[in-house]
Design a protein around this ligand. Sequence first.
Ligand SMILES: Cc1cc2nc3c(=O)[nH]c(=O)nc-3n(C[C@H](O)[C@H](O)[C@H](O)COP(=O)(O)OP(=O)(O)OC[C@H]3O[C@@H](n4cnc5c(N)ncnc54)[C@H](O)[C@@H]3O)c2cc1C
Length: 277
Amino acid sequence: MSGHTLARTEAHEGWHAAADVIVVGYGYTGAVAAMEAHDAGAEVLLIEKMPDPGGISITSGGNVRIVEDAEEGFRHLQASSAGTTPDPVLRALAAGMAEISAYFAKLARVSGASINRRQADGNYPFPGTKTFGYVSIDQVPGFDAERTYPFVSSYLPIHRAAGVRLFKVLQDNISSRGLRVELSTPANRLITGAHGEICGVMAQYDGRMFAIKARRAVVLACGGFEANPEMQRQYWQEKPVLNAAYMGRRRNPDGAGGRGGALAHVALSRSLRFQAP
Ligand SMILES: Cc1cc2nc3c(=O)[nH]c(=O)nc-3n(C[C@H](O)[C@H](O)[C@H](O)COP(=O)(O)OP(=O)(O)OC[C@H]3O[C@@H](n4cnc5c(N)ncnc54)[C@H](O)[C@@H]3O)c2cc1C
């Protein structure tokens, strides 16, 4: 995690704060995880190490891959993964991709945003390629990206970047739920109990360390798998690949995360890395 060693310490009594679910990292993944945990009835705390939210997500193209038909999508993912990713993982991914448009529509409603959904062949001429497409956030009424997010360094002129609009919609969804968000709060360590179970995180705020208890779960949504040399060696088909964090270097010089977040990405990145737009 962000240059720290992911170390484990013993559980202890002196908690400074508590939540049912602690989500670490406020990019797309953390935002969606926080919302879903909240909607499932959990009291959520979302912590972000940077003074501004968004991670690498807010700088992205914001075009999210979808499939019309989950079975066709699975066939394509299976062919393009060449046996490197277990079928149940690919089936879950394809099933999720078939639901994304409806999910976008639900999120967009909160901001009054419109969505753009279009067919676009998969990246390879393999079975199932025609079932692929993209969905993105098209318009967010009254949203001035440059003014709202002056810290964003975008690879496109910011008013044309759908990634920043997607983040705006997610942030509106977080705000509308009244979720607790702490910025400038890096998580440094997981706290574990006597049997190795995860029961909280040590996080830094304003120069002090805080022990935050997680009654039910800690979700590591720290991003940054591109920055891990071991994972680069194992999962990238082509080398070298420029670290995606270079676009955001001005605001996040050590990359967006590290191995903690990376672990959640491993299985999918194997097949997704070369499915990207
Ligand atoms: C230029 C560009 C264009 C892209 N375009 C597309 C596209 O069109 N479609 C697509 O599907 N993908 C695209 N991608 C990839 C996609 O944007 C990323 O895969 C995705 O945004 C990663 O989201 P994330 O939430 O996992 O990570 P991030 O957005 O990086 O979020 C992780 C967050 O965790 C925080 N964090 C890290 N460590 C800690 C810690 N210890 N404590 C607290 N917080 C921490 C970070 O500061 C960050 O805010 C693009 C990427 C780039 C760079």
